[in-house]
Design a binder for this molecule. Sequence first.
Ligand SMILES: Nc1ncnc2c1ncn2[C@@H]1O[C@H](COP(=O)(O)OP(=O)(O)O)[C@@H](O)[C@H]1O
Ligand SMILES: [Mg+2]
Length: 307
Amino acid sequence: MNPSFTDRFTYKPYFGTSPVIERVKKYVKIAAVEPCTALIVGETGSGKGVLAHWIHEHSPRKESVFVDINCSGLKGELLKTELFGHAMGAFTGAVKDRPGLIEEADGGTLFLDEIGDMDLDVQCQLLKSIEEKTFRRVGENNLRTSDFRLICATNRDLPDAVKRGDFRSDLYYRINTLFISLPPLRERKEDIAGFLEHMLKNMGYRYLPINQAVVDKLARYPWPGNIRELRNAVERALMFAQGEPLTPNTSPAPKTYLYPPGRRGRKYGVWTRSNANTSGGRSGTSTAISRRRARRWEFRCRRCTGS
Ligand SMILES: Nc1ncnc2c1ncn2[C@@H]1O[C@H](COP(=O)(O)OP(=O)(O)O)[C@@H](O)[C@H]1O
Ligand SMILES: [Mg+2]
């Protein structure tokens, strides 16, 4: 297997040809040539990070750096120092001056992943930096400049977050210059065969024939983890197939759902078809789901998997 496949930036992405993605491609091409701020939204695993990198690679800034940071991992002051940098002595442990990512991205692209999770006070400073292309390192008065192109991504419903007061409306309007909405994989099942072919090629199985029954089985699964989940499922199936062509029996569609698609952000136990069949979804790890919801979900899954 090609080890570089595990790195999302080292191989060419596949976009697909379904009508829904064709509409998206139009905006992606504009984002590549225009220097405007782009906002990519989509469910987890739908390829927001991959797309942001592709846009950079096809933009006039491609010779310069692509700096990315996941805003959900860092909170408050930590995120501030990561973005804006800090001066020596700004806080305990700041033993020397350190440039932030905004400074590093000078001349290139700054990709703020999961911007919907950013703290409100960081949002306020970020807005100023985007509008004026200036920033101050933490603990420093000196105003610095950075010419960065901004791409943001989130799996959150930002207008809703604005309504709830979790996201600043002014920042939302500022980053929403070019809006790209990536559809979930279950809404573009026509692309699954193409993805499978692309993944086999990238994993070093270019000549492995693709069985239509496998594609059909994959198309019946709702893929809540989207392309990321499909990629992992294909990797797993290839391990079990041991170099033989994939069949519906080694087919990568998993039988376990971590959460029903479309119900992100809520806590559910792991639910499998087998435990729902025997106990209405209330055994073992599935206790977090109500009996009624499990029955409803079981019905939907049966429809998807054709069982
Ligand atoms: N267009 C694509 N072509 C091929 N693989 C993709 C594509 N989009 C996503 N992937 C796969 O899914 C994984 C997750 O993508 P990522 O961009 O991190 O998703 P997100 O940021 O939306 O959660 C990537 O590492 C890659 O393996
Ligand atoms: Mg991401």
